[in-house]
Ligand binder design. Structure first.
Ligand code: ADP
Length: 437
């Protein structure tokens, strides 16, 4: 079974939406991560610069970068200062001070080990700060198999010469740094996942509905076509038999058969109309006299009404002619559905009235009966298609639940509306409003 073009078009729209969401999420995630990375880097730079500013330049100037420094008060005071600074935050692993000496970079004081004067493994970044760009720098996260860390470096200037006196290095555990960057993904990914789930759920239910609607319409259409021709044949045959039969008892049986066939035919027609409605040819709008259309419908319903001893009455307010641009066949079908319902659901020996009212912009045709009514809670549902009110079902009167659905669709084609007022056990009035044009 092929999905209709509209469904295929909607699928491409869903695919386009998914693509837009995925691209959007990627772009947003990328930008968010970049911003978070930038922010975290700046924050680390500020931290290392603050540490650099907190160190005693005079004590630094007093040290030689030799193992003998370890016994000096300047070394001890710097060492305890570095240890205290390291303890200010859980993610700082170590803080060390470096100086440039004899064209090499050596460790001056380290918060971890007493390795004053040890030659430090030079890095281009460290040299760069000493010799060309004395600004804070953040490197990393750097990882090996079991660990990952971030290095932050900042220059300490000699207040007298303004030259770089030393460089402070702070080594951070990368976990917190990474966490900040990764958390920048949460919002775009969360929103993206929600949007994708929404589109997928919507698409699944839309496809299922479209398939079900298609299957239902195809099944109903096939079934109806299969029923229509044999029913017409049976009707002709029974009509012919009734003309020739003289025995009254036989005629009663034939009459019951004839009515059942009429009933089946009406139901079949409703089903066919229902399935054809979406693909039906455009309504043929022309000036028509609605009163004449109402009269035509009443004439065809007279026989059925008589059988229940129901009087079909056109109320006095009807003008002799009401000209209106409409699709005559559609309006007759709508009127037929409402009038035949009124007869079907009204009490025996009662009256069905068809009235008319004109307001500035619209014509209202209303059909009132004195029948079983529609329970308040079900009044809106009766226009929904395949719906029959509980009391109608319980009454044993047959029906498909399609007539009002079709009627509403026809009135909507005319840019009008249909309303219902009903009291259970008392009666019902359906009003069809058609714009004056
Ligand atoms: P049906 O073939 O069942 O009459 P319709 O679509 O014409 O289908 O009507 C839907 C339901 O609305 C009916 O089954 C019935 O419950 C209710 N209904 C419609 N017209 C009347 C009415 N005049 N009086 C009471 N109930 C009505």
């Amino acid at each position: 079974m092929e999905l209709p073009h509209q469904t295929q078009r909607s699928s491409s729209t869903a695919l386009l939406l998914v693509t837009i969401i995925v691209v959007g999420v990627f772009t947003l995630s990328f930008l968010n991560v970049q911003t978070a990375q930038e922010r975290t880097r700046r924050n680390v730079e500020e931290r290392v610069a603050t540490i650099a500013a907190a160190l005693d330049t005079e004590a630094i100037a007093n040290l030689q970068g030799m193992p003998t420094d370890a016994d000096t008060p300047a070394y001890r005071s710097l060492k305890s200062r570095l240890i205290a600074l390291r303890q200010t935050s859980g993610d700082i692993r170590s803080i060390a001070l470096f100086v440039a000496k004899d064209n090499a970079v050596v460790t001056l004081v380290d918060s971890q080990q007493p390795d004053s004067g040890a030659t430090h493994t030079d890095t281009p970044t460290l040299r760069n700060i000493f010799y060309s760009a004395p600004i804070p720098v953040v490197e990393g996260p750097v990882s090996n198999q079991s660990d990952s860390w971030v290095i932050a470096l900042a220059p300490i200037f000699n207040p007298k010469t303004g030259r770089v006196l030393a460089v402070v290095q702070m080594q951070l555990d990368a976990a917190q740094y990474n966490q900040t960057v990764v958390s920048a993904l949460y919002i775009p990914l969360g929103v993206g996942v929600l949007l994708l789930v929404g589109v997928i759920v919507y698409e699944i239910s839309r496809r299922r509905d479209a398939r079900l609607a298609l299957m239902r319409s195809e099944l109903v259409s096939i079934a109806s076509h299969e029923l229509r021709s044999p029913l017409t044949g049976m009707r002709w045959a029974v009509e012919g038999l009734r003309k020739s039969v003289t025995n009254k008892a036989e005629d009663v049986k034939l009459k019951a058969m004839y009515e059942s066939i009429l009933h089946l035919q009406a139901g079949t027609e409703e089903i066919l109309q229902f399935t054809a409605l979406s693909g039906a040819p455009k309504p043929n709008f022309a000036k028509n006299d609605i009163r004449a259309l109402v009269q035509e419908v009443c004439d065809t319903q007279q026989l059925v009404a008589q059988q229940k001893n129901v009087r079909l009455v056109l109320r006095d307010e009807w003008p002799t002619k009401v000209l209106l641009t409409c699709d005559a066949n559609g309006i007759k079908r709508a009127l037929h559905n409402v009038v035949s319902n009124a007869i079907k659901y009204t009490r025996n020996n009662s009256q069905v009235e068809i009235g008319y009212q004109k307001t500035a912009k619209q014509h209202c045709i209303f059909v009132s009966d004195h029948g079983i009514g529609i329970p308040q809670s079900e009044q809106k549902k009766v226009f929904g298609g395949f719906y029959r009110a509980s009391n109608a079902k319980a009454s044993g009167v047959g029906g498909t639940g399609l007539g009002l659905y079709l009627t509403q669709a026809i009135i909507a084609q005319h840019k009008g509306k249909i309303t219902v007022e009903s009291q259970e056990g008392k009666g019902t009035t359906f009003s069809m409003f058609l714009p004056d044009r």
